[in-house]
Design a protein around this ligand. Structure first.
Ligand SMILES: C[S@@+](CC[C@H](N)C(=O)[O-])C[C@H]1O[C@@H](n2cnc3c(N)ncnc32)[C@H](O)[C@@H]1O
Length: 396
């Protein structure tokens, strides 16, 4: 029978490009992980598994290795799959969903692999309440309570990972009101952490939409774990809480420690604005749901009307992209106007911008270097950052 001190092979999945940020976040939790394509890997116990789920701001999921073996025939796959201790992750009468990929392997038919794995699971744990196969790269945003297993074949080597998170970790729970083109919470956190902002100087997002960047900034500044982003500071739901070996006492201790780390106030100004009134209504409702209303200052205004607090601080922005024909010229003007306003009102501040292309970012007229490359809603983007020229005008 597995014990609570068992070591597990753990892997936190991230969007491409965010791996080093997740690694740095784990290091802050006292965990040494190595960067691999698509995530970070380390060996740890249940404490690590629980803490990573509760605290990681930039990861999409945390998974635990259930099995690793080689199989070139369905017979071999069945033989190994029947030996996997599925009962550790599937409660009696539970439901399961599988995400199967196969590359450069004899067994390449993903549907047939899924069918054999499902048969092996039922052979071992008895009838399931439900089962399904998901195509989505990330295993589906939120498929209710069905336990997700990620089955990967690469050159005949099969790894099976049990998802410990459940709904994707960017679904913190606070963002129910959406404005146009909202940013994933994980990417907003990555922009803040990747820009070098440490939660200790003023922060301004003058195109804040539904408020994701200022809300994530408030969570960082107050040391609120993303899994506690609600007024009650109750943890969101995680898949591991339904596992038969779930250790409620350990989990409660980790949650209690995280609650103890929360600062009563941000101690810095965090501002978000947008010219769209509906966006600011959404941002205000989202900030309340995250339990950070007191920490963010949200207002309806155009970029040209921003009124930054004494700085220097950081301006972190996810401007409109405009992928449709006919949107280029107005967007070029918008980026140029943004640059003019920042040079006039925020000299000496740091600017970090999620950029869809170099042409538009060049319009800003402020030297910007690439801090990271990732994708947003399938569009390749770069986080670029630099210093707004000029001498700062006040003390933060
Ligand atoms: C890509 S969205 C930002 C999404 C936001 N990060 C979120 O998570 O919801 C860009 C935002 O810029 C705003 N915007 C566009 N032009 C603006 C301007 N001149 N002044 C202020 N806001 C503007 C839009 O209303 C929109 O909400």
């Amino acid at each position: 029978m597995p014990g609570p001190e068992d070591r597990h092979s753990l892997f936190a999945i991230t969007a491409p490009g965010l791996e080093p940020l997740a690694q740095a976040e784990l290091r802050a939790l006292g965990i040494d992980a190595v960067v691999e394509p698509g995530g970070v890997a380390w060996t740890g116990g249940l404490d690590d598994l629980y803490a990573a789920n509760l605290h990681l701001r930039t990861a999409s999921r945390v998974t635990v290795l259930a099995a690793g073996f080689r199989a070139r025939t369905f017979f071999e796959l069945e033989r190994h799959a029947r030996k996997v201790p599925w009962e550790r992750w599937i409660p009696r009468g539970g439901a399961v969903r599988l995400r199967v990929t196969s590359k450069k392997s004899k067994l390449y038919h993903e549907g047939a692999i899924a069918q054999r794995v499902l048969e092996a699971i039922e052979h071992r744990v008895g009838p399931l309440a439900g089962s399904g196969v998901v195509d989505d790269e990330e295993g589906g945003e939120d498929a209710g309570d069905a336990q997700l297993f990620i089955v990967r074949f690469v050159r005949d080597a099969c790894t099976i990972r049990a998802d410990a998170s459940g709904a994707l970790l960017h679904l913190r729970g606070y963002r129910q009101a959406l404005a146009r083109a909202p940013l994933r919470e994980t990417l907003a956190a990555a922009m803040l952490l990747g820009s070098g902002w440490k939660g200790e100087s003023p922060l301004l997002d003058p195109m804040c939409g539904s408020g994701t960047i200022p809300i994530e900034a408030a969570l960082i500044a107050r040391h609120i774990a993303p899994g506690l982003a609600n007024p009650e500071r109750e943890p969101r739901r995680y898949a591991f809480a339904a596992w038969p070996e779930f250790d409620a006492a350990r989990w409660s201790a980790i949650v209690a420690r995280a609650r103890g780390e929360i600062r009563p106030a941000a101690g810095i100004r965090i501002l978000g604005s947008d010219r769209d009134e509906g966006a600011i209504e959404a941002a205000t409702a989202n900030a309340a749901r995250a339990g950070v209303s007191e920490d963010v200052d949200l207002s309806v205004r155009a970029v040209s009307a921003i009124d930054p607090p004494p700085g220097p601080g950081s301006v972190v922005i996810n401007p409109p992209y405009g992928v449709r024909v006919g949107e280029r010229d107005p967007l070029r003007n918008l980026y140029a106007a943004l640059g003019r306003t920042l040079r006039a009102r925020c000299p000496g501040w740091t600017l970090a911008l999620l950029s869809p292309d170099r042409g538009l970012e060049g319009q800003v007229g402020i030297p910007l270097d690439e801090a990271l490359r990732t994708s947003n809603g399938g569009i390749p983007v770069r986080l670029v950052a630099g210093r707004v020229p000029g001498e700062p005008t006040g003390d933060a």
